[in-house]
Design a binder for this molecule. Structure first.
Ligand SMILES: *[C@@H]1O[C@H](CO)[C@@H](O)[C@H](O)[C@H]1NC(C)=O
Ligand SMILES: *[C@@H]1O[C@H](CO)[C@@H](O)[C@H](O)[C@H]1NC(C)=O
Ligand SMILES: *[C@@H]1O[C@H](CO)[C@@H](O)[C@H](O)[C@H]1NC(C)=O
Length: 388
């Protein structure tokens, strides 16, 4: 017997009764289903709208930031009687409320306002590519981009001296004892005066010829004790830490054993160490031949693509994260700051994912082209409520 047949048997009375009863039952069933579907849907719609509103609210500061930073920040830079002209009349408070962030302004001299824009976004590292011609150091990515006015001194050394002179009025600094300098001198960031700014100088042509010129051009910073330095055993942090990369000669850099204020950009990829899985493993004496440490180097850097590889899909693989971890461990054990350059810049989701992993794994410096993007990073903090 079919199901329908059985049901028909159970309900006996007239056809009319049956129809009425069946239709009212169906109506009731339909109405109750309306309730059980509509209420969750309405709830979902409500929370969805709240979520969308939340996301939109979290986007507003970005839009606001963009407008402020690209249009309003020092709009007359370089014009007569404006900041940039002689670099003498910039606002004294351009780093007020700026939180220093571990970002390295890659090819900084390409920006509309070299140095100042990076500081404005809180970047604690800037990069200058220098070329030696006629005993002066010109700043640019290649020889075609060099101009007579854009030198290491005019773009970086002189402005930094001015900024630091303002941050350290004569009354606050009277000691000539170098070892006291780290305790008494303010850095470039109002919010964190102890934060050092790394000036990465990329030696573009003959390193041996560049060395003495770079050394002497830093004298304006050196003579005021603005440079981090080492006596061969202790690192004394200062407002500016100069790091040499590119064709910088390691042998010349280390030739003076009692005073160094230019530090090497050590090769990070070679520092990979197997992450320690068995903590009971003895370590005594296991030190892979290390000649790079805080007395001669500051950064340990690697090309991300060459050292870690291409990011397939949109996430780093387990193996890639392990590579990062091992290299960062090797750099840290030597007292160096790990830095990966050439990290993927697009898609944004991949870029941010890589940045997040690098920060999480302890890479000390993000090398960035997009200062705004980096300064917007919340580095682990959620911009809107986590439960929505
Ligand atoms: C270089 O600076 C001088 C003096 O400030 C100025 O007259 C000249 O126009 C500048 N040259 C360029 C290419 O900006
Ligand atoms: C300067 O820094 C070094 C290294 O951090 C530290 O050992 C030294 O005590 C500091 N000097 C002063 C005067 O604080
Ligand atoms: C090292 O540098 C210091 C400071 O410039 C200088 O006084 C000293 O003579 C140099 N030592 C050598 C061996 O060049």
């Amino acid at each position: 017997m079919t199901l329908r047949g059985r049901r028909r048997k159970a309900t006996s009375p007239t056809l009319h009764d049956k129809v009425v009863r069946r239709s009212s039952r169906a109506k009731w069933r339909r109405r109750s289903c309306w309730g059980c579907i509509a209420i969750p849907i309405l709830a979902l719609v409500f929370f969805g709208m709240v979520h969308v509103a939340n996301v939109i609210m979290s986007l507003v500061p970005m839009i606001w930031d963009n407008a402020v930073d690209t249009d309003i920040f020092l709009p007359n830079w370089g014009k007569p009687n404006a900041p940039g002209e002689g670099l003498s009349s910039y606002p004294t408070d351009f780093t007020r409320d700026v939180q220093p962030i571990p970002c390295h302004s890659h090819n900084d001299y390409w920006r509309r306002i070299p140095l100042y824009l990076a500081l404005h976004y809180g970047c604690t590292g800037v990069e200058a590519d220098v070329w030696l011609f006629d005993d002066d150091l010109f700043v640019g990515h290649n020889t075609a981009s060099l101009t007579l006015n854009r030198t290491l001194r005019s773009l970086y050394v002189d402005p930094l001296v001015q900024i630091l002179d303002q941050a350290n009025p004569p009354t606050a600094f009277t000691s000539t004892d170098l070892t006291l300098s780290n305790s008494t001198l303010n850095g470039v960031f109002d919010e964190d005066p102890t934060q050092t700014l790394v000036l990465l100088i990329d030696f573009k042509n003959a390193g041996d010829a560049l060395w003495p010129v770079v050394y002497s051009q830093l004298s304006a910073l050196r003579s005021k004790n603005y440079l981090s330095w080492t006596d061969g055993s202790t690192f004394y942090p200062g407002p500016i830490t100069v790091v040499a990369t590119g064709n910088a000669p390691f042998d010349l850099l280390t030739s003076n054993t009692t005073y160094r204020d230019i530090f090497f950009d050590a090769p990070l990829a070679a520092m990979y160490e197997e992450p320690r899985r068995n903590s009971g493993q003895g370590e005594t004496g296991i030190v892979p031949g290390s000649s790079f440490d805080a007395t001669n180097s500051y950064y340990a850097s690697a090309n991300f693509r060459a050292a870690i590889g291409f990011v397939w899909g949109n996430r780093l693989s387990h193996r890639q994260i392990e590579l990062i971890r091992g290299m960062v461990a090797g750099a840290r054990r030597r007292g160096l700051v790990a830095r990966f350059w050439g990290t993927p810049s697009w898609p944004i989701g991949v870029r941010n994912h890589v940045w997040r992993v690098l920060v999480r794994e302890g890479a000390g410096m993000l090398s960035v082209d997009d200062l705004e993007g980096a300064s917007r990073g919340n580095w682990g903090r959620r911009k809107h409520w986590g439960w929505l």
